[in-house]
Design a protein around this ligand. Structure first.
Ligand code: GSH
Length: 219
């Protein structure tokens, strides 16, 4: 049974927990942590979802993308997780159970690994509502060893690249704004200075790129 978030841009509601958040209850249970496009477009069937965060990582627009949000000639920029002792990254964890597990992993292997250059990594996820009951979750992380990795750049340069790129999943600006939308909904405790700096830079540059109505047509 695929649960759809309440609204396109709002994080999936966290239904009341009817049981302890423990994957030990059912070996066929897996939590998958999304912190980029998976936040608004998981596109796999899941049984439950939680808004929350992982500690020890910061989100960075340091992964190049030549398929979903860019092309070979003009790679877009999407997010990955950077190990950062003081970091905290907000996202959504999706619970998959039974047959959903293999279906989700098969789908994400193509979307994230084959097309995106991401590897899997186990992280500890803290649900916003029950941070005292953390969960083990699987995250897709683009490491510096993958061929699409672009690494650090000034936020203004990242914003320029995002404004100029689009791919098979849409414009890179949509990717940025949907993620910013999610962070807005998470509330004031969820800060992401890197993301906010890129959104600010885009806001400054957008009028130079095209009039407002054209900009809105981009996404
Ligand atoms: N692994 C991160 C990032 C995922 C991500 O943005 N991956 C790209 C692949 S390059 C993607 O799926 N893009 C689909 C889209 O842009 O709609 C997450 O958990 O959300």
């Amino acid at each position: 049974m695929k649960q759809e978030p309440a609204a396109q841009n709002s994080p999936p509601a966290s239904p009341p927990s009817s049981q302890p958040l423990s994957e030990d209850d059912d070996p066929q249970t897996l939590w998958i942590f999304g912190y980029g496009s998976l936040v608004w477009r998981p596109d796999f069937a899941y049984s439950d979802s939680r808004v929350g965060f992982v500690r020890g990582y910061s989100r960075r627009f340091w992964q190049g993308d030549t398929f979903h949000r860019g092309s070979d000639k003009m790679p877009g920029r999407v997010v990955t997780l950077l190990e950062d002792h003081e970091g905290c990254t907000w996202g959504v964890a999706y619970q998959v159970q039974g047959e959903q597990v293999s279906e989700a992993l098969k789908y994400l292997n193509v979307r994230e690994a084959v097309l995106g250059g991401y590897d899997t990594k186990e992280v500890t996820f803290y649900p916003q509502d029950t941070p005292d009951q953390p969960l083990k979750a699987l995250a897709y992380v683009a490491t510096p060893q993958n061929p699409g990795y672009l690494g650090p750049a000034p936020e203004e340069a990242i914003a320029t690249q995002i404004l100029a790129c689009r791919g098979f999943s849409g414009h890179n600006l949509e990717y940025l704004l949907r993620l910013a939308d999610f962070m807005q909904l998470c509330g004031p405790q969820a800060q992401d200075e890197h993301l906010a700096a890129i959104v600010d830079a885009v806001g400054t540059m957008l009028p130079c790129f095209c009039p407002t109505e054209q900009a809105l047509a981009l996404v």
